[in-house]
Design a protein around this ligand. Structure first.
Ligand code: BDR
Ligand code: CA
Length: 313
């Protein structure tokens, strides 16, 4: 059975991505690690803990990095994910579930050792926790089988003209991870901007009458409302990273050498993909470049509909 840790900055679309992972049979989620990003780390961590208790996900939840490695970025002020990270959705506060005492990077390393080279990661926020694990534990990189991450873009950006949020929020961390030798799949804006849900998806989720599907439908309703007020569309950036591991056939991929611009005046956080092969470097990741949108939406609704019914979690 494939084993994963989910590193995230929950986050409306992170939460939906978590549901998709927990709704997938025949995989094991060993834990959720939290990182500063969409909102402050304390909000992210609380969201992950509350979500797990509310939906009965019996896995460790850790706290994690509360700021980027070097840059001054603290948090988005654009309210894409609301003040707490879950938009207008309010989960009951966890009553009995406690945080795992380990900090994220230590937990990641412990799971990597436990899985003896078979651990895979979903990464749907800034890469600070992963970079810290790479820095602190020299064996870590060799123990990770694959990272499926949402971040970057071969073409374009969503914070600046050339930088995507997760990479822009901690470019040095992303540079360290890209350079680590860990096999990776980049799911960037090239595909995620097309992963837009429709109202009919909400109807299908409401028909399930499960806590998980209702929670997802509430998050999607918040996103439809956000879009009607001029905000971001109902985009499933992070669930697409999960899909790249669990429904890989919904995308097409090209191998590139990709590095992160850390010093540019206007381009800090840009993921530079050597699509012309001019640098003469071996590709370090597969980049998702095309998406079958109906296949992805069907997969996502099915996985969330199954969430809470699986025997595996
Ligand atoms: C990424 O940034 C966040 O707003 C989303 O959760 C996603 O991980 C998209 O740029
Ligand atoms: Ca995210």
């Amino acid at each position: 059975m494939r084993k994963f840790v989910f590193d995230c900055d929950t986050g409306t679309d992170d939460a939906i991505a978590i549901l998709a992972a927990f709704g997938t049979p025949d995989i094991e989620i060993l834990g959720i690690t939290s990182v500063n990003g969409n909102v402050t780390e304390n909000h992210v961590s609380a969201n992950n803990l509350d979500l797990c208790e509310y939906l009965g996900f019996d896995v460790p939840v850790t706290r994690g990095a509360s700021m980027p490695l070097f840059s001054g970025y603290h948090n988005s002020l654009d309210m894409t994910h609301g003040t707490t990270g879950l938009g207008s959705v309010v989960l009951p506060h966890a009553q009995t579930k406690q945080f795992d005492p380990r900090i994220a990077s230590r937990f990641l390393f412990d799971m990597a050792v436990k899985c003896e080279g078979e651990l895979e990661l979903f990464v749907t926020g800034p890469m600070t926790n992963i970079a810290l694990a790479v820095i602190q534990y020299p064996e870590f990189s060799d123990l990770i089988k694959h990272i499926y991450f949402m971040g970057g873009a071969v073409w374009g950006g969503n914070v600046t003209t050339t930088a995507e949020f997760n990479i822009w929020a901690d470019p040095e961390a992303a540079h360290i991870v890209f350079d680590s030798g860990i096999p990776m799949t980049m799911v960037g804006l090239d595909v995620t901007l097309k992963a837009i849900m429709e109202k009919e998806d909400v109807v299908k989720l409401r028909a399930c009458h499960t806590k998980a599907a209702d929670f997802a439908a509430d998050l999607l309703d918040f996103m439809f409302d956000r879009y009607s007020r001029g905000g971001e569309d109902v985009i499933m950036h992070d669930a697409l990273a999960v899909a790249s591991a669990l429904c890989p056939e919904c995308m097409k991929y090209t191998d590139y050498f990709v590095d992160v611009e850390t010093t540019g005046t206007y381009t800090r956080g840009h993921t530079a993909a050597d699509f012309r092969g001019r640098l003469g470097k071996e590709p370090n990741m597969a980049c998702a470049m095309e998406l079958d949108v109906p296949m992805f939406r069907k997969w996502l609704v099915e996985r969330i509909s199954a969430c809470g019914k699986s025997e595996n979690h």
